[in-house]
Design a protein around this ligand. Structure first.
Ligand code: AMP
Length: 371
């Protein structure tokens, strides 16, 4: 049986695609600046038509669609029919910036590839196993229930993939391995994974909470919002834009790319030095929290753009934790080895490249094939 799967990651102005078969990637690409003058395509339909023209989709068994928000109801990748599409649409208020584009991608693919299963793979789904005490905030319970306010968590495909790969790297059964995964990219989140299941994660109702990111603040006291509104006179839209696009590394230094922050820090720039310290300290605070959540931890793993490429972040975030069984070997870290802790460390420290598209393809295929 064919195992060809097309993965589509539809954003508001771009569609990323990758075509897989059992042996690996057959094709990949990006359709950009959708709807803009001089862009690659006028709309999502034209974008998919372009991908279909550029790529041999014969023998395709599934299209895996990345969907950011699956709310409380989607705990698994799900084959999309009219009912599922309507349920995803109903979740738009929870992810107004992300879900509409994914839905356009799904609708277009259903029309243009009607004989192929369309599978929605949700960033939130891996976190459906977090227990109630880990997703509930201590606010008015009636309000929370009525307005679906709770932690959902994101980057689920990455945390799932990386935690499983880490167990394999350590030669352990994923079902018996406890891992703290640190996905540090432009967006960033931490996750505690017990036996292959997420039990805690740092992002909340949206991808705004938790760690310091490229342009997002991560955790702040909600009073910041009231204060900026009442005292600074900013509108809610202005506050949202500030906290999501002009915060994080961008807010502290004017640069959203950690490479630029590291260069300025090396040159002695105080703002870049503080931003780096804030960034690393927040990671360390979450590691400490998740060691306590897990009780027994086998590994701490770094992934995504920063996690895979910034040895200084890895070394700084975990410095001085030897008494907890955590150490980073400077040579292994500098060499970018996969295991960067000394041999025999009670808790391994690893660097494992993430591959969200491969995980989406794997989940889409597993969903369409009889078990
Ligand atoms: P991602 O979202 O996973 O693609 O990660 C993108 C981010 O990774 C960029 O914004 C950079 O801040 C960061 N990054 C990529 N390469 C490096 C590097 N060599 N050193 C530090 N940060 C890096």
């Amino acid at each position: 049986m064919s195992s060809r799967v097309l993965v589509l990651n539809s954003g508001s102005s771009s569609v990323k695609y990758r075509l897989f078969d059992g042996a690996g990637t057959l094709a990949k690409g990006l359709v950009e600046r959708i709807g803009e003058a001089g862009g690659d395509a006028t709309d999502h339909r034209a974008a998919l038509q372009r991908i279909m023209a550029e790529t041999d989709l014969s023998g395709l068994v599934a299209v895996g669609h990345r969907v950011v928000h699956g709310g409380a109801e989607f705990a698994e990748p799900t084959v999309v029919d009219d009912v599922v599409a309507a349920r995803i649409e109903a979740l738009i208020p929870l992810a107004p910036l992300h879900n509409p584009a994914a839905l356009s991608g799904i609708e277009v693919a259903r029309k243009l590839l009607p004989d192929v299963s369309q599978v929605a793979v949700f960033d939130t789904a891996f976190h459906a196993t977090i227990p109630a005490d880990g997703v509930t905030w201590a606010i008015d319970a009636g309000l929370a229930e009525r307005w679906q306010i709770r932690r959902y968590g994101f980057h689920g495909t990455s945390h799932a993939y990386v935690s499983r790969r880490t167990a394999e790297l350590l030669g352990k059964d994923p079902a018996e391995t406890n891992v703290i995964t640190l996905h540090l990219g432009n967006g960033a989140s931490a996750c505690a994974v017990r036996g292959g299941r997420s039990v805690a994660t740092s992002m909340g109702m949206s991808p705004q909470g938790g760690l310091v990111m490229g342009t997002r603040s991560g955790d702040i006291d909600p009073t910041v919002v009231f204060h900026l509104h009442r005292v600074a006179g900013m509108s809610l839209d202005e506050i949202e834009t500030s906290l999501t696009r002009r915060a994080g590394l961008q807010g502290l230094t004017g640069e959203n790319d950690l490479r630029a922050v590291l260069d300025r820090r090396a040159a002695g720039d105080p703002a870049a030095t503080l931003a780096f310290d804030v960034y690393c300290r927040r990671i360390r605070e979450y590691v400490g929290a998740y060691l306590a959540v897990l009780g027994r931890t086998d590994a701490i793993v770094f992934t995504a753009g920063v996690g895979e490429n910034a040895p200084l972040v890895r070394a700084t975030a975990l410095a001085g934790l030897e008494s907890l069984g955590i150490a980073v070997d400077p040579d292994r870290n500098a060499r970018r080895d996969q295991i960067i802790s000394p041999d025999g460390s009670p808790i391994a420290v690893c660097v494992v490249p993430t591959d969200e598209e491969l995980e989406i393809a794997r989940q889409a295929l597993a969903t369409t094939q009889p078990r």
